[in-house]
Design a binder for this molecule. Structure first.
Ligand SMILES: [Zn+2]
Length: 462
């Protein structure tokens, strides 16, 4: 049996290399088109097990010159010069020896399982090697004489004019592709999605910035799921199901917003840009929609969520939500016994500020990972606090006490402060300060509070 597989090299850099929003959405479509075109190569001899999210897996009977040739053609047509790792090898399952595989690819109980986990492991290993080889060759810096203004990665080309300038062919193809997106709710105009916070609206600052909400979701440990499968049919059916599920979850959650965008949609991950006010609600709907995957297949997701000014370049926005998602995944890995939960990390960034955000004593951490249940609880808690006269001023004083006092002193100081300045019942204050604050969640509590104050329901809106 002959196996052919491909994987788009650093897919995120293909998606996010351009500064233009349109090009980012177009790039995501190009990946889809490429996968679709590869799927269509299927025939009697060529069986497509899976193609989606920039990866594909095929089983070939007999001579394979046709598939390889089509692959090269389609790659050039849809992805231009972007590298795609591809491997092809004869698979002989009689001579399988797992010792050759790096530890993270070895499947447990390989001997008892069907052929598929063996193929999957081998493909993953071969692709990884190939990608490393490509990456090594790419490290030599190219010096460009006229870099493309959108991506800066290629020479601009006078055949492709764009806004009084020229751009490279890759950026051109991406932007052209984005014109295919037809949905009155899907937009490339961040002004349509973004909303100003209530605070900025009141103040007289000259530059009133709009904010956007960003959700980056990714399936947890899907490799483990794949490795439990016994046949290639199981694998392709599941991949398709997962994609459909994700797609309908996104569409369902988008029903509550006026405009949104999905610049990235992979096999098991997606990036969604939406109006800030609905971000928590959208997460709730996403979760509800993904519930069958969780209960039936034990598939959970990690989410990075951020509300931030729309002026932050998308490339950085992606890095921020990616880092938040890492926090969520990290937290998940700490509690192996509770793996059947979704995890999330949330940040409200009201000024473009990058870098690690911790106070000097490393006590205050923003964007900490937690289960989505905990995040929803904080959100609810915040609404309760606001009703109990906890204001922005109270919150900022509380933060100061938190940073400056030792744990025991904090409990005392905050108790007196909160009982004098708010309407939180005294019996609840102790629980509040010990519970919410001790678990490294004060930063998130503060972020959610400021977010809720700017975008929450009630008061002025519109
Ligand atoms: Zn370019």
């Amino acid at each position: 049996m002959r196996v052919f597989a491909y994987d788009v090299q650093s897919i995120h850099s293909f998606l996010f290399e351009s500064l233009e929003f349109k090009a980012i959405a177009g790039a995501s479509l190009l990946i889809d088109r490429f996968d679709e075109a590869m799927k269509k190569t299927a025939s009697e001899q060529i069986k497509c097990l899976f193609a989606g999210g920039g990866t594909g897996l095929f089983v070939v009977r007999g001579e394979n010159s046709k598939l390889r040739k089509l692959f090269e053609e389609k790659k050039k047509e849809y992805l231009y010069d972007h590298p795609v790792a591809c491997v092809e090898f004869e698979f002989d399952d009689r001579s399988i020896n797992t010792d050759d595989y790096p530890i993270w690819f070895r499947c447990k109980g390989l001997k008892e399982s069907g052929d598929f986990p063996k193929i999957y492991s081998r493909v993953a290993l071969e692709l990884e090697k190939e990608k490393q080889r490509i990456a090594e060759n790419l490290t030599q810096e190219r010096v460009l004489s006229h870099p493309c203004p959108l991506c800066g990665n290629r020479e601009k080309d006078s055949s492709y004019p764009y806004n009084d300038d020229y751009i490279c062919k890759a950026c051109y193809l991406k932007i052209r592709e984005s014109s295919q997106i037809e949905d009155r709710k899907v937009t490339f105009n961040l002004d349509l999605i973004s909303k100003r916070g209530k605070e900025t609206r009141k103040s007289e600052e000259k530059t009133e910035e709009g904010y956007i909400g960003v959700v980056y979701g990714d399936g947890n440990s899907l490799g483990n799921v794949y490795q439990k499968m016994n046949t290639s049919e199981e694998f392709s059916t599941f991949s398709l199901q997962l994609r459909k599920h994700l797609q309908s979850a996104i569409e369902e959650s988008a029903k509550i917003v006026d405009h949104y965008a999905v610049p990235l949609r992979g096999g098991d991950d997606f990036l969604m840009i939406l109006p800030p006010a609905q971000i928590i609600q959208v997460l709730e709907i996403l979760e509800r929609q993904l519930e069958p995957l969780r209960t039936e297949k034990s598939i959970t997701f990690s989410f990075g969520l951020a509300v931030l000014p729309k002026t932050v370049p998308l490339k950085f926005i992606f890095q921020i939500v990616e880092a938040l998602q890492d926090e969520a995944k990290h937290e998940r890995s700490q509690y192996s016994r509770e793996t059947n939960e979704h995890y999330a990390a949330f940040r409200f960034i009201d000024k473009p500020f990058f870098g690690e955000v911790r106070d000097k004593k490393k006590k205050l951490q923003y964007g900490a990972g937690m289960t989505t249940r905990e995040l929803f609880a904080i959100h609810q808690k915040v609404q309760g606090l606001m009703a109990q006269k906890v204001t922005k001023g109270v919150m900022s004083k509380l933060q100061q006490i938190f940073v400056e006092s030792e744990n025991r002193a904090f409990t005392l100081n905050s108790f007196y402060f909160l009982s004098r300045n708010t309407e939180i019942p005294k019996t609840k204050i102790r629980d509040f300060v010990t519970d919410e604050i001790s678990k490294q969640r004060f930063g998130t509590l503060e972020d959610v509070f400021l977010f809720q104050e700017s975008f929450g329901e009630g008061e002025s809106d519109g």
